[in-house]
Design a protein around this ligand. Structure first.
Ligand code: PHE
Ligand code: ZN
Ligand code: ZN
Ligand code: ZN
Length: 303
């Protein structure tokens, strides 16, 4: 069997999937995700079935990836959707994206129907305004299979196209039921790409609304990863996935300490009832603010 790359991705077509670590004699055909990435269960077995196996394998500490054996693999093609304003300087674009796929376990309404809808609404509203800089929207494919769509896009941009994207803003999970207002802690020290300006824009806005916010690691767990690696400034906001809300955060945001930010993360129950509309609407306004700011000007933003 073989695993697809770039915008292709591999999915199990057969019913049986065995997961093994490469410490056994078992032949490893390929790897998909890591135990921490929550993606192993999406290929043929359920989370509940996978959990004890993963636990045992993690303890063995001899391997760093999970592979499937004895599985029929089929390659599927999937598409990014990219749309750009007809107006605005085409050599200076602000880009924003969310992912249009979900994990097979569920419909993915908070993850990431929430971001996808925000982008759609803003694209619609933007038609009433004119822009100085071009605005480019992306609905990424196959984020859940390893950021495949966005990575393919960012890594295959010709140099002159790369230079036109001044900034990428990532919007993945904007209405978690047990939300926190999270800002990717993108700093110019860690990533000398100018994304600290965007981080500060989010900070200033939450403060202007009298709201609390938290920084979360800018560790590559969403579609900005390919942009950073292509040297394009990036940042974004989120409201939390499988992380556990702290007591402090309960005071800051309400909700329930000790529970996941999104108790339905990567599950069947991530349906239309799984979005906190207060958080989603508020964050959508912030997304609109981020678009409006950079559509007007990149003044003061690093070249
Ligand atoms: N990208 C992750 C997913 O789609 C969720 C996530 C978003 C994790 C932001 C951390 C930070 O499953
Ligand atoms: Zn997800
Ligand atoms: Zn997501
Ligand atoms: Zn993911």
């Amino acid at each position: 069997c073989s695993f697809g790359t770039k915008s292709e991705f591999a999915g199990l077509a057969g019913a049986i999937a065995a997961i093994v670590y490469n410490n056994e004699e078992g032949e490893v055909h390929g790897t998909l995700g890591t135990p921490s990435d929550n993606h192993v269960a999406t290929f043929g077995i359920s989370d509940a079935e996978a959990a004890p196996i993963i636990k045992k394998l993690e303890k063995s500490k001899t391997v760093d990836a999970i592979a499937y054996i004895d599985a029929e693999v089929k390659t599927t093609m999937t598409d990014n959707i990219v749309a750009q304003t007809t107006e605005g300087d085409p050599n200076n674009c602000v880009m924003l994206g969310g992912h249009s796929d979900s994990v097979p376990a569920g419909p993915g309404i908070n993850d990431d129907g929430s971001g996808s809808m925000t982008l759609l609404e803003i694209a619609t509203q933007l038609t009433k305004f004119s822009v100085n800089n071009c605005v480019r929207f992306a609905w990424w494919a196959a984020e859940e299979e390893g950021l495949l769509g966005s990575d393919y896009y960012a890594s295959t941009l010709p140099e002159e196209e790369n230079q036109k994207i001044r900034l990428f803003m990532d919007y993945d999970m904007l209405g978690s039921p047990n939300f926190a207002y999270q800002i990717y802690n993108a700093t110019n020290e860690a990533n000398p790409t100018g994304s600290q300006e965007l981080r500060d824009l989010y900070v200033d806005w939450y403060e202007s609304q009298g709201l609390n916010y938290s920084f979360i690691p800018f560790d590559g767990r969403s579609d900005y990863d390919g942009f950073i690696r292509a040297g394009i400034p990036a940042g974004g906001i989120a409201t939390g996935a499988e992380g556990v809300k702290t007591k402090d955060e309960e005071k800051m945001y309400g909700g329930k300490a000790g529970d996941w930010y999104d108790p339905c993360y990567h599950q069947l129950c991530d349906d239309v009832s799984n979005v906190n509309m207060t958080a989603w609407e508020l964050n959508s306004k912030l997304v609109a603010h981020s678009v409006a700011t950079y559509a007007v000007s990149f003044k003061g933003f690093p070249k």
